[in-house]
Design a protein around this ligand. Structure first.
Ligand code: C5P
Length: 220
């Protein structure tokens, strides 16, 4: 093990992004938000006038290989554009899911993701961190929660930002996105064989973080 990696994979709105970021902060490790890369690729494709689908796969993959993405101070930049907020909408998530089903786009982002593996360690958040990108990770967690719980969390987030939404609509959207992510040929969403399953339906963020840290201690 050169540089230790903790992978946290799971479905939409399972809280893995928040949990992964806190774990990284507590351990003083780097943090990879791989979903942001797919969200930014989808945004870049849309801005370039490319329809997201198989017909434009080579063009979108070419964009992804040269993606001018930068993560700094909790913000995300595409070139000089601050896209931190833009990539967080439900629409951006759905577009990310569509772009991420294109195999050559996934391949184009592999080196970028591997580049985050630096000392003293990395916490990686996504769908295929443990299955495809970092198969030798020291710890793999598959973080889930019931669709209802996840929809409620996302709903509260949106409402608190002043974005209008319905709980039913949110749940439908996230189930549609999960279905696409699980059924695709390329790197489908599923737990790695050696992943620990953690259902946080009844856990707070702090409790989820504590569970992950306990599992991490167990590997040391
Ligand atoms: O995690 P997040 O919601 O930001 O991810 C957006 C979309 O990007 C997911 O629905 C999924 O389709 C895709 N994704 C992926 N592989 C990853 C991370 C995200 O396919 N490692």
């Amino acid at each position: 093990e050169l540089v230790p990696v903790i992978c946290i994979d799971g479905p939409t709105a399972s809280g893995k992004g928040t949990v992964a970021a806190v774990v990284a902060q507590k351990l003083g490790y780097h943090f990879l938000d791989s979903g942001a890369m797919y969200r930014i690729t989808a945004l870049a494709a849309t801005q370039a006038g490319l329809a997201i689908g198989p017909a434009q796969e080579p063009a979108i993959a070419a964009l992804a290989r040269q993606l001018p993405v930068r993560f700094a101070d909790g913000k995300v930049f595409l070139g000089n554009q601050d896209v931190t907020e833009t990539i967080r909408t439900e629409e951006a998530g759905m577009n990310a899911s569509r772009v991420s089903a294109l195999p050559s786009v996934r391949l184009a982002l592999v080196d970028l993701q591997h580049g985050f593996r630096q000392l003293p360690g990395l916490v990686a958040d996504g769908r295929d961190m443990g299955t495809v990108i970092f198969p030798d990770a020291a710890l793999k967690i598959f973080l889930t929660a019931s669709a209802r719980q996840r929809a409620e969390r996302r709903y509260k987030q949106l409402i608190s930002k002043g974005i209008s939404a319905t709980l039913g609509g949110i749940q439908q959207d996230l189930e549609a996105r999960d279905a696409r992510d699980m059924s695709r040929q390329a790197a489908p969403l599923k737990p790695a064989d050696d992943a620990a399953l953690l259902d946080n339906s009844e856990l707070s963020i702090e409790e989820s973080v504590a569970q992950v840290l306990k599992l991490w201690q167990g590997t040391r």
